[in-house]
Write a protein of this length. Structure first.
Length: 188
């Protein structure tokens, strides 16, 4: 069965977003998929820049949130991408592996973040007590950035899982070299 969307090649890259090709959009298959809709990819750039580069969560907590979400969505592409990003941010392999498990077994900070991800996925809301705990931990902006991060990566997860996006070969090779036990391959 042929996939309905595949990452666009350099030769097929839309002229109206040529300026995005040399940056983040041309580097990863997730954005090469989104490039099938140039207006969407262009609109995505501002939110992505905030979530990836300016989040009030900070890079380590953001990776915890994204990894928990990727696990919950069974999104192999995002899990594998963010295992490497997490390692680069200084997350230990056992900490990353633990993000797939029971929140009661996690360090307090990770548990607060992962319970928030779970609540957003399971109940579509955070309770008052969760919002208070989050705000005490990451600040008011962090609470909002956590919700925005979950929303953004939920959208990416839908796209990636729907088309069974292939992991970039160089990322797969680095993951296999650095943390093969953390690699997740989804059922195709």
């Amino acid at each position: 069965m042929t996939r309905p969307f595949t990452p666009l090649s350099d030769a097929d890259w839309p002229a109206e977003i040529a300026d995005l090709h040399a940056g983040f959009a041309g580097q990863l298959n997730v954005y090469r998929l989104m490039a099938h809709h140039p207006d969407l990819l262009r609109a995505w750039t501002g939110l992505r820049a905030h979530i990836v580069q300016q989040t009030a969560l900070g890079p380590v907590r953001a990776e915890v949130v994204i990894l928990r979400l990727a696990h919950r969505l069974d999104c192999a592409y995002e899990w594998n991408q963010h295992v490497l990003r997490g390692l680069k941010q200084g997350l230990a392999q056992d900490r990353i592996a633990g993000l797939r498990g029971d929140c009661a077994q996690m360090a307090a900070q990770d548990a607060i973040l992962c319970r928030a991800v779970d609540a957003l996925l399971d109940q579509s809301r955070l309770s008052v007590s969760q919002m208070q705990a989050l705000e005490a931990s990451v600040g008011r902006h962090g609470v909002l950035d956590l919700m925005a991060t979950v929303g953004m990566y939920l959208t990416l997860g839908f796209l990636l899982n729907s088309v069974s996006a292939p992991l970039e070969p160089e990322i797969a090779a680095e993951l296999d070299r650095r943390a093969p036990e953390l690699r997740f391959d989804a059922l195709q």
